[in-house]
Design a protein around this ligand. Structure first.
Ligand SMILES: Cc1cc2nc3c(=O)[nH]c(=O)nc-3n(C[C@H](O)[C@H](O)[C@H](O)COP(=O)(O)OP(=O)(O)OC[C@H]3O[C@@H](n4cnc5c(N)ncnc54)[C@H](O)[C@@H]3O)c2cc1C
Length: 610
């Protein structure tokens, strides 16, 4: 490692906070305003007035507000626009969690005007600007908008732990994610469908398309009219473009669309963005439904348990304003709290492995041994180089970049992992088992170990996307506010190292190609001293992290390890479905947001057409 200053405590230091953008959340107070400031102030006042009198849409408001530097005030107005409270005690459908899948389920159910729909979200409305300005999402790590989970000590990592961010806000993890739009290899869905009718890739494709509005337009593979905007990155970084050229030079195939046909190859990612702003599930599904008064979405409402009466889900108990409330679900409860919280809520409600529930003094309503089992995730580690030109994301906080961002361009519109691709290391694997993420900036240990001296760098992240092991989510307590115990059981199969070791070698080969001559500085990590497979393995154990894709803890199927059936109905309990990433029987080999939204779309469709 070079002698660049390096501070593990400071978080995501590649990007100085852009004070002039006021992204910290407070507008600077000035006594003597300049002419420029005065103009800004009157524009702000006009904009706020227009927003409050509904002359500008919320989207327009955010765009304009960012442009004139008032993003810090947006929270107050946006919260006012979107925070709701339940005005009724009874609904047809109660959706738990306004995340990727939950927003899709709730919005689609609410299209039936006869249905009364309530969404309960533990976090606040999505007013924080770090959500909407793409490159600032890592500032949300370990913030109040993050459940901020940590795994239990991992044996293979000599007791080291893994950080597991999860969005706690309208949009859930889609409000804090890296916006990469991927569906995963078709063979995974085809395997699911062997025991789950209706889940082959051909079966789920219409739901991917229904959700999507791709800037390339409608095609056999893509949707053109869905709520979720998918587009090219507005302003790819020159280092990213050089990394693509270098990959080609190193002999790897290029891929222009990972979601149509062959997944293998390297290319730019399409992203869930429009005009350089994040398209979360909240922006695309929930806000329009709220604005049309089709449903009630209550923020800061922490669900404590599902009420089960005579073997059927009849309501939900939640905490809001320091008080417990119970609402009745006349038709169904749909649990969309994500891979960590959905099994936790089931267990605190008395549905789960009998002995484990008893251990925590929870009355067993239904013994379902599989709840919280089958945890799967993706893992990555960084190959990092310093950069010889001041063009990496370390420069994203400059005034010039703020100006560019007012037009939806520049580094602030970067999703950080701008490009990447898929390769097959194990020839027996039906789908690529190695994914790359290319970042034109430092990204070391979730950004927490980035250099803090403002220097430039870039990172290739080889990522294990077909890990052979599974882990668990277990209760630490019957108290729903106590974080559960998450055990990834990482590297229980030694073969998983082989894929990552190969990934480090490929990353170095790509970076050595002449297309990167104008940017390549010295190897920062693993460092030139790390050469043998054994050295690389030691490095991996120190620098491995998750890619934030936990799935599988409420697995779909009909075997004794399944929690829900192919219609997402919880085995043994009536009127209760689960729709989120937790139902995936096996992990797909790519980023998991679009599949979670697809699961939400399909769930709503199954309910409406039951
Ligand atoms: C940092 C990060 C980067 C990522 N990058 C990408 C990417 O680039 N591309 C991609 O495809 N995927 C990415 N992912 C993964 C993807 O975002 C998730 O797989 C997906 O959002 C999961 O959707 P979900 O509906 O299962 O859960 P979530 O979206 O997490 O939603 C669960 C919701 O339930 C709420 N909730 C939980 N418990 C309760 C309770 N007790 N009461 C009320 N509400 C509750 C939560 O607050 C949350 O809003 C990333 C994830 C993270 C965290």
């Amino acid at each position: 490692m070079s002698n660049i200053k390096h501070n593990k405590k400071r978080f995501l230091s590649h990007m100085p906070v852009a004070d002039h953008l006021s992204v910290k959340g407070h507008l600077p107070v000035k006594d003597n305003l300049s002419v420029e400031d005065n103009m800004k102030k009157s524009k702000q006042a006009q904009l706020h007035q227009d927003f409050n009198t509904a002359k500008v849409s919320r989207r327009e408001f955010i765009k304009v507000a960012a442009a004139i530097g008032v993003v810090a005030q947006a929270p107050f107005f946006l919260v006012a626009a979107h925070a709701q409270t339940t005005s009724a005690q009874e609904y047809d459908y109660v959706v738990i969690g306004a995340g990727s899948a939950g927003c899709a389920v709730a919005a689609r159910l609410s299209e039936d005007s006869a249905s009364k729909v309530l969404v309960l979200e533990a976090g606040p409305a999505d007013a924080n600007d770090y959500i909407h300005i793409p490159a600032t999402f890592p500032f949300l790590f370990k913030s109040p908008l993050d459940w901020n989970y940590t795994s239990v000590p991992q044996t293979a990592l000599n007791g080291g732990t893994l950080y597991i961010p999860r969005g706690k806000v309208f949009g859930g993890s889609s409000s804090i994610n890296a916006m990469i739009y991927q569906r995963g290899h078709s063979s995974t869905y085809d395997t699911w469908s062997e025991t789950n009718p209706g889940w082959s890739y051909a079966d789920v494709l219409p739901f991917f398309k229904k959700s999507e509005s791709n800037s390339r337009g409608e095609s056999a593979a893509h949707g053109g009219n869905g709520p979720l905007n998918v587009s090219e990155l507005n302003d790819p970084n020159p280092i990213t473009l050089a990394m693509l050229k270098a990959s080609k030079e190193a002999g790897y195939p290029m891929n222009d669309d990972f979601n149509d046909g062959d997944q293998e190859g390297i290319g730019m990612y399409q992203v869930t963005q429009k005009n350089g702003r994040r398209e979360s599930a909240a922006v695309s599904y929930l806000h329009p439904a709220i604005e049309a008064n089709r449903l009630t979405a209550q923020a800061d409402a922490m669900v404590l348990k599902i009420v089960i009466t005579n073997g059927r889900a009849t309501g939900v108990t939640f905490l809001a304003d320091g008080k417990e409330h119970t609402v009745t679900a006349r038709k169904e409860v749909i649990l969309c709290a994500g891979t960590i919280n959905s099994p936790q809520i089931l267990m605190t409600s008395g549905i789960g492995p009998k002995d484990h529930l008893k251990e925590h003094g929870i009355a067993v309503i239904h013994d379902l041994p599989s709840v919280g089992q089958n945890l799967q995730d993706h893992f990555m580690m960084p190959v990092v180089y310093t950069c010889t030109q001041p063009v990496s994301l370390s420069q994203a906080g400059s005034k010039e970049q703020a100006k560019l961002y007012a037009k939806g361009k520049g580094m602030l519109s970067s999703n950080i992992a701008e490009a990447g691709g898929f390769l097959k290391i194990d020839p027996q694997s039906p789908a690529p088992d190695l994914q790359f993420h290319f970042s034109p900036g430092y990204f070391i240990l979730d950004g927490a170990a980035n250099p803090t001296d403002g220097s430039d760098g870039f990172t290739i992240m080889p990522s294990l996307v077909q890990s052979k092991g599974t882990g668990t989510v277990k209760l630490a307590s019957a108290d729903p506010s106590i974080k559960p115990l998450i055990d990834h059981n990482i590297f229980q199969n030694e073969k998983d190292y082989d894929v990552l070791i190969a990934g480090v070698k490929i990353a170095r080969k790509i970076i050595a190609a002449s297309a990167l001559d104008g940017f390549r500085g010295e190897e920062y990590l693993p460092g030139l001293a790390v050469q043998t497979d054994e050295d690389i393995k030691t490095y991996i154990n120190k620098y491995i992290q998750t890619i934030y894709h936990p799935v599988g803890t409420c697995k779909m199927g009909s075997d004794n390890m399944a929690v829900v059936d192919y219609k997402l109905r919880v085995h043994g309990i009536g009127n209760l479905r689960i729709a989120d990433a937790s139902i995936m029987p096996t992990i797909i080999n790519a980023n998991t947001n679009a599949p979670s939204i697809m699961i939400g779309e399909k769930c709503a469709d199954m309910i409406r057409n039951a």
